[in-house]
Design a protein around this ligand. Structure first.
Ligand SMILES: [Zn+2]
Length: 105
């Protein structure tokens, strides 16, 4: 892949990581704060559960971003992990964390 395009994907991924990190930090402090209260009054249980679920979604995304950044560093970014063909550019454009092409996903 051309280095300029690669650099652009790297920047997109790092920007997204930068957005997620503070949210995740906030969510995990919320979740820790809410749990004892929820057990105490039986009230916020659903809310704490949602916070945990949301944190899990962001953690997963962060993992994918780290993997994609690693793939940029090792030169395997943009190639399907299964068939080793280049991932379709429109797919990569929409979803820079994609690890599989349209056919293998
Ligand atoms: Zn494939």
């Amino acid at each position: 892949m051309n280095p300029i395009t690669l650099k652009r994907y790297e920047e997109t991924l790092m920007k997204r990581r930068h957005e997620i990190l503070p949210v995740l930090r906030h969510l995990s402090s919320e979740s820790r704060g809410a749990s004892p209260a929820a057990i105490g009054n039986g009230g916020n249980c659903g809310e704490a559960f949602l916070t945990d679920r949301l944190a899990a979604v962001y953690e997963r995304e962060l993992d994918d971003i780290e993997t994609a950044l690693d793939r940029i560093r090792t030169g395997t970014f943009g190639y399907c992990r299964a068939c080793h063909q280049p991932i379709e550019p429109p797919r990569l454009e929409r979803f820079p964390r994609a690890e599989f092409c349209q056919r293998c996903k």
